[in-house]
Ligand binder design. Structure first.
Ligand code: SF4
Length: 167
C-alpha cells in the first residue's frame, strides 16, 4: 500500500548568486564536502529544477518511494521555483529541510540533483548554473518541472492516479 511521503525538500529555492571562483582555483564544489560549505555555497548548489517539489508515495511494506506528477501548490510551474520560499515550512509543514547528512540518505532525490550527485562523489552536470553561469541553462537542458507535464495539487487528488517513472 502506498502512503504520501516527503512531499518535497526545501530546495526549490529562490535564485542565489553563485559564489565567486577565483581564476586558477578549483571551485568549492570540487574541494569541499557538503558539510564544509557555507550557506551561500550550499544554496547555490540548487539548480532550481523544482523536481523535489513533486509529491511522492512510499510503499508501506518496502519503503520504496515513487514519484507522482502532482506538484506542490506553492510551486511556480513556469519557473520551478517556490512561490513562497521563506515561508515554505510554515505553508507546508512536511516540506523537508535538506542537510548535508540527509543528502546522502535521500535516494529519492532526482538523479540530476546537485546535492545527491555531490553526496555520491559525482560531478555537477555540464548544464548546472554554477558551471554555465546562467540559471536558464537548466531549462535549456530540459531538466526540471518545466520540462515535464505536471498537475498542481489541489488537495483533492488521489496521488496513486498520477504515478510517474523515477526521475
Ligand atoms: S531536486 Fe535538488 S536541485 Fe532540484 S530543486 Fe530540489 S534541491 Fe534543488
Amino acid at each position: 500500500m502506498l502512503k504520501p511521503t516527503l512531499p518535497k525538500s526545501y530546495k526549490s529555492s529562490q535564485e542565489v548568486a553563485a559564489p565567486k571562483v577565483s581564476n586558477g582555483d578549483a571551485p568549492f564544489w570540487e574541494t569541499k564536502t557538503l558539510a564544509e560549505m557555507n550557506f551561500e555555497e550550499w544554496e547555490s548548489l540548487c539548480d532550481g529544477c523544482g523536481l523535489c517539489c513533486l509529491n511522492k508515495l512510499q510503499d508501506e511494506d518496502t519503503d520504496e518511494i515513487a514519484y507522482t506528477c502532482v506538484v506542490c501548490s506553492y510551486s511556480d510551474v513556469t519557473t520551478g521555483r517556490c512561490k513562497d520560499y521563506d515561508n515554505r515550512n510554515t505553508n507546508v509543514p512536511t516540506c523537508v529541510q535538506l542537510t548535508a547528512e540527509l543528502a546522502s540518505e535521500f535516494h529519492w532525490l532526482p538523479t540530476t540533483c546537485a546535492y545527491r550527485l555531490l553526496a555520491a562523489g559525482a560531478a555537477l552536470p555540464s548544464w548546472h548554473p554554477l558551471i554555465t553561469g546562467d540559471p536558464k541553462s537548466v531549462q535549456q537542458a530540459k531538466v526540471g518541472l518545466t520540462a515535464i507535464k505536471v498537475v498542481v495539487d489541489n488537495g483533492q487528488l488521489d496521488y496513486e492516479d498520477y504515478l510517474i517513472d523515477a526521475l
